[in-house]
Design a protein around this ligand. Structure first.
Ligand SMILES: Nc1nc2c(ncn2[C@@H]2O[C@H](COP(=O)(O)OP(=O)(O)OP(=O)(O)O)[C@@H](O)[C@H]2O)c(=O)[nH]1
Length: 328
């Protein structure tokens, strides 16, 4: 038979002590929940590879940096909280102007999301940051707080650089590939036309390359291509562009260079290639190249004009006995 238990508390309201007890239990639960949430927030902040930050625009004071600051910058957070210049001084000198100007734009735009700059961390390592920032001002007249998220994108940048290198480089010779060479050459052509500056264009083709392949094998042929490309790169000046544009055909573009100056470079390259010595087993051999050279004229309307003249000149060099430079 069911027993009827006496009511724990009589009347509709619990006595005062019980109310206090309930309130305490409730508060304890709240505290536990809050500390759980706190732990969750701080472990989230810790795990992202980004610094969340807040900055008082008027007083130039950093109000908050999340734990990733110490990991990415390699410096104690207390220092940047005491002095904003800690952050400024970490910025890679070439990027400081951009970092400051783009931060100031947040006042006009409310948000600046395309800020990428480099920092030097405490051990002198360069790191790339994507530092987005936003105005956090509720109403007119309130102090301006800028908040931001500075993500470490160093690995992404390195990957982008590697992809860019792969997309623009000829795998065998590590010189520019055809597409990239002509892209750069077209830009150089446009600049030369705009600025009225000289420009020279060169085509180079290895002589009797088929015979090298047939006599010594394709791998040997590849080595010849690599060493000729190395000679090309060594002879060129900074700002010149050198590329492999076909099987055994290379091209170079010389911005700011007239026909005479380009001729000197082509002659140097011709000598460099003649000096190269190759060996296959007991045999040693050398190679020669034919070059077609031309310079920009007032009548040229596109890079194709220069290319056509250099190409015709190069074939003349072949017909005239190879191992020579012909002007077109
Ligand atoms: N090893 C190697 N050979 C290549 C590569 N690309 C093209 N070739 C070879 O380059 C040779 C070009 O031969 P041809 O166009 O007849 O020219 P050539 O023998 O140099 O004759 P000339 O241009 O008249 O001096 C061919 O045998 C191609 O197979 C490459 O990446 N590696």
């Amino acid at each position: 038979m069911a027993k009827h238990l006496p009511p724990l508390l009589s009347g509709s309201q619990p006595p005062e002590t019980a109310q206090t007890l309930l309130a305490l239990l409730h508060a304890q639960g709240e505290v536990a929940r809050l500390s759980e949430r706190d732990q969750l927030y701080s472990s989230l902040l810790d795990s992202v590879n980004a610094v969340l930050w807040a900055f008082d625009w008027e007083t130039r004071q950093v109000l908050y940096v999340s734990p990733a600051y110490e990991r990415i910058f390699g410096r104690p957070a207390s220092l940047v909280l005491a002095d904003y210049n800690e952050w400024r001084d970490s910025i890679y000198p070439d990027d400081l102007d951009f970092a400051e100007r783009s931060l100031a734009q947040v006042l006009l735009k409310g948000a600046v999301e395309d800020r990428e700059y480099r920092i030097l961390n405490a051990s002198g390592q360069v790191r790339w940051l994507s530092d987005k920032c936003y105005i956090n001002q509720q109403s007119e007249g309130e102090r301006v707080i800028v908040v931001g998220i500075a993500e470490d994108i160093t690995e992404k940048k390195q990957l982008e650089g590697e992809l860019q290198r792969l997309a623009t480089t000829d795998v065998l010779t590590q010189s520019s590939n055809r597409r990239h060479f002509f892209e750069c050459a077209r830009q150089a052509f446009d600049h030369a036309r705009e600025d009225g500056t000289p420009l020279a264009f060169l085509l180079l083709d290895i002589d009797d390359f088929k015979r090298i392949n047939d006599s010594y094998g394709h791998q040997e042929g590849d080595q010849v291509l690599q060493r000729i490309a190395d000679s090309g790169k060594a002879v060129l000046r900074r700002g010149d562009q050198f590329g492999r544009i076909g099987g055994e055909e290379f091209a170079a573009i010389f911005p700011g260079c007239n026909a005479q100056a380009a001729e000197l470079i082509a002659e140097r390259l011709q000598r460099e290639v003649q000096r190269l010595s190759f060996s296959h087993g007991e045999q040693t051999y050398s190679v020669t190249v034919s070059q077609g050279l031309t310079a920009l004229t007032d009548q040229d309307t596109s890079l194709d004009d220069l290319f056509a003249r250099a190409d015709a000149a190069m074939y003349r060099a072949k017909r005239q006995g190879k191992n020579q430079i012909v002007h077109g």
